[in-house]
Design a protein around this ligand. Structure first.
Ligand code: KG4
Ligand code: ZN
Length: 348
């Protein structure tokens, strides 16, 4: 079954053709990052316009790179994400499915990130259940218990910023530009000295009670963000830190606080039941330090770590096609009538 996957939830216009959920025949990603750099973050209207301009070309290229194979279905992200951006992909996919006379699948972006480790792999998702999922991106930091394939129970999450957001905000404060995650990662990699003890993202118990989730499986990055802000102010500002050569130390310490918080909560969640795998997906899973530390956690727990190849960590269409192949939900008239769902949650 050849599925064309389309993704336009944020700042990447992406399309891919995937055979039987895992064999990637083509994967085209047009990134809009340079368009958003002057604004220090994604501007929804600019994103929408750029998706409109690029979507046809990206889809055509994905089809051509897949050698024009006959498509059996079209899959598209309908949420979560930016409404004006999502609408472009959803409308394009509806039109394409109709004109080709094939079914449309409307897919959940975050759920799709959890399918990226299976792309180009031999592993069938259903064979690694029960699994613990970690969706870690610019909008999510969520731990999900997957007792069987397609069943999701949130066991922990961030109570404020997502990990990617925490990276991006720190980078902005330190004058590193947008997007911050890759910049922080690169600078931190070159530092190996002593670290500044920033807070490790532990939420206050009373606060987590509101989310109804156990505090030991949740993170909060607001204290860390404030600690960085105070540190920068105390040291005379970002420029002074940079001029004194201490930027790598500050950046590496901040990254370590995020990574250790995520690793600690992952370890706690892994101890709560017997898992056959830890499945990690989302843009922040590109972080080199996070990859190393999560591998250590999984070694310690004797649980296989399933992470995507770097080229599938960011937003892409292949993950949308993969999810559609395995889930086969939200299709037919239901998909054709689906509207964008900017705040879509996990759904069984
Ligand atoms: O999954 P993604 O491409 O888009 C969303 O669904 O949000 O994730 C984007 C996020 C951004 O916050 C970006 O800074 C972060 O992933 N990111 C990283 C790295 N590469 C991208 N964070 C830390 N280290 C990286 N190497
Ligand atoms: Zn994403």
């Amino acid at each position: 079954m050849n599925i064309l996957g389309i993704e336009t939830s944020c700042d990447e216009t992406a399309a891919a053709v995937v055979r039987d959920g895992r064999e990637v025949l083509s994967n085209v990603v047009y990134t809009q990052i340079p368009l958003h750099v002057p604004y220090g973050g994604v501007v929804p209207e600019i994103a929408s316009r750029a998706h409109i301009e690029k979507i046809s070309e990206v889809v055509k290229t994905a089809m051509a790179e897949a050698k024009g194979v006959k498509l059996d279905a079209v899959a598209v992200t309908y949420g979560p994400g930016l409404s004006p951006a999502l609408i472009v992909g959803l409308n394009a996919a509806k039109g394409l499915a109709k004109s080709l006379g094939v079914p449309l699948f409307a897919m959940n972006h975050i759920e799709a990130h959890l399918h990226t480790p299976f792309l180009d792999s031999e592993i069938e998702p259903s064979t690694v259940m029960p699994a613990l999922g970690l969706a870690i991106s610019g909008g999510h930091t969520t731990w999900i218990d997957m007792p069987s394939y397609g069943t999701y129970r949130i066991v922990g999450q961030t109570l404020d910023d997502a990990a990617g957001e925490a990276f991006d905000k720190a980078a902005k404060l330190l004058g590193l530009g947008y997007p911050g995650g890759p910049k922080v990662d690169k600078i931190a990699r070159e530092y190996s000295g002593e670290l500044i003890p920033f807070p490790k993202g532990r939420p206050r118990e009373g606060v987590t009670a509101l989310a109804g989730l156990p505090a030991e499986c949740c993170v909060s990055f607001s204290g860390l963000k404030t600690a960085l802000l105070r540190y920068v102010q105390k040291e005379g500002g970002a420029e002074a830190i940079s001029a004194s050569g201490r930027l790598p130390q500050v950046v590496a310490s901040y990254q370590e606080a995020i990574v250790q918080a995520v690793a600690d909560r992952t370890l706690t969640a892994l101890k709560r039941r017997e898992y056959k795998a830890l499945i990690v997906g989302g843009g922040v899973s590109l972080n080199s330090r996070l990859r190393t530390v999560l591998a250590e956690v999984c070694d310690r727990m004797h649980v296989p770590l399933l992470m995507a190849k770097p080229k599938y960590c960011g937003d892409n269409g292949a993950m949308i096609a993969a999810l559609a192949y395995y889930r086969r939900n939200k299709t037919g008239e239901e998909a054709m009538k689906t509207d964008v769902a900017p705040s879509l949650d996990f759904e069984d």
